[in-house]
Design a protein around this ligand. Sequence first.
Ligand SMILES: *Cc1c(COP(=O)(O)O)cnc(C)c1O
Ligand code: SF4
Length: 380
Amino acid sequence: MNDDGSIALKTGYRQKLWPDVSARDWADYRWQLANRLHGAADLSRLLGLGGSEFQPFERCISKYRWAVTPYYLSLIEEENLLSDPIGRQFIPDPREITVKSQLSSADPLHEHNYSPVKGLIHRYRDRALILAWPSCSCYCRHCNRKRTWKQPESVPAKKEAWRAIFHYIKEHTEIREILLSGGDPLLMPLDRLESILKKLKDIKNVKVLRIGTRLPVVLPMAITHKLCRMLSRYRPLWLNTHFNHPREITHQARQACERLQEAGIPVSNQSVLLKGINDDISIMKDLCCRLQEIMVRPYYLFHCDFVQGTDHFRTKIQKGIDIIDKMWGHTGGMCIPNYVVDLPAGLGKARVMPPHMAKLSESMALFKTFEGKTVKLLFR
Ligand SMILES: *Cc1c(COP(=O)(O)O)cnc(C)c1O
Ligand code: SF4
């Protein structure tokens, strides 16, 4: 127990690793970025492992880099970093190298094939995705673009590459929505991000902008008033973030979402169904309800993509169906995301929602109610 009667965390990483940091520094995203843990020495110290015990981890990070912000690390509550649902999202796991499924590949969505110009993926007719920034503040072990972590050259760094992207979008007038992704596009210097948004908004056929970022979850202090004010000038702009576990919805995360909302930017969420992290009805329901409470709309629940290095996270598809099935009717529709499988070979996203209509013909429909009753509707 602490002096004030609150229960002390079993391991308080903030106290343990940064005992002297001021509240002001802690709340400053620049301090957070400058003090990220990364590299072999930091990981070995954090895990308390060395020598041959550390070797499998070292092999893992030589293929897939790792980094975490002090803030996100401080959300860990359990003694065992490797079993904590937040720890497991950023602590490298030797299984990323050793567990290999036949189905998995480095780029199952064939994003490479759908990239007409460097840094742009045009898979769906009316929307295109830009890999706007190569790096992230934390590297999520389940990331579906982990193949790109060591090749920042896949994003358009130079002016000419950006020019080619703008040109392509102008030429393809069927594109009405642009998604900025990465990496984390909100790590881009503010003036650079603004000049990109401005150029995109000036293209006649571009009606809507969307940003995919995990900063509200892993570095909420980076969602500053200044950033929000800038973004608000480029509406309609939607922001999708990536909460996976209810414990990620902290006071700071809530405030970050609120700053965005106050600037007129709706925030939605894309979760990934992850074995041992959120593949449980009570955890998923808690996550989705708490997202609704902070006015963040659960948009997608992704089946973990068939990406090499993420096989140990993948559940059965039935698991996701069961979770949605148990939520439907028992909690509000505003809390229920679409469960989606992004099909290998770049075949696109497919919705796998549990069906409530078992049969439909000219004369009748057979339904299963959310409470499990079977109902027949006769049309004549
Ligand atoms: C998922 C995705 C989109 C966006 O799809 P929505 O269903 O509109 O969210 C766009 N482009 C690519 C390449 C994607 O993978
Ligand atoms: S923030 Fe997104 S792009 Fe970056 S590592 Fe995590 S899942 Fe991948």
